[in-house]
Design a binder for this molecule. Structure first.
Ligand code: SF4
Ligand code: SF4
Length: 172
């Protein structure tokens, strides 16, 4: 959730070396053990934007520690705007996961042919990746008329109740 904020620096913590008195409080309170007192900007991906470091700084008024987006986006975004952006990003991600659900289990065998066919199923007891693997092996290692030779791709969305699964195969 916080990755875009760490990666693109929308909530980046910055230290002003001119006004910092090197008390080290920011580094001591950081739950991610980031040496905030020794960097000009916190760029570590493990920063969770908790802002404990900013809260602890005794030289906040002097601007020793600030946070916000990079200069090219304008540094002085109100906190409410950042929270709004954060909620919009998370909301979009959740909506996208419902609208375009990616399978959480995929197994593919062989070279995909030009034409494929697919069967969508509702499968009971397909509750985890281990069971999805068993489900796949049901197709891979059987030797009766239901055996599927050649290309095979199993996509599954393991979960409680009836889980979705899609078997994609070479109709030829
Ligand atoms: S925002 Fe939190 S995690 Fe990031 S450097 Fe400051 S105290 Fe550490
Ligand atoms: S808490 Fe503030 S003044 Fe102290 S080292 Fe960190 S940035 Fe500097």
């Amino acid at each position: 959730m916080f990755n875009p904020f760490s990666r693109f620096g929308f909530a980046r913590v910055k230290r002003n070396e001119e006004t910092c008195i090197s008390c080290g409080k920011c580094a001591r309170v950081c739950p991610m053990a980031i040496p905030v007192d020794r960097v000009r900007q916190v760029t570590a991906a493990r920063c969770t934007s908790c802002l404990d470091c900013v809260d602890s700084c005794p030289e906040l008024r002097a601007g020793a520690l600030t946070w916000g987006p990079p200069a090219r986006f304008g540094r002085n975004w109100p906190q409410a705007v950042l929270i709004g952006v954060m909620l919009a990003v998370v909301g979009s991600a959740v909506a996208a996961s419902y609208l375009f659900p990616l399978p959480s289990y995929v197994h593919e065998r062989g070279q995909k042919p030009a034409m494929v066919a697919a069967v969508d199923m509702k499968v009971s007891d397909l509750t985890c990746r281990g069971r999805a693997t068993l489900f796949t092996e049901f197709f891979l290692y059987r030797d009766d008329e239901l055996a599927l030779p050649g290309y095979l791709r199993v996509e599954a969305w393991p979960g409680p109740g009836l889980a979705d699964a899609r078997v994609i195969y070479d109709p030829a």
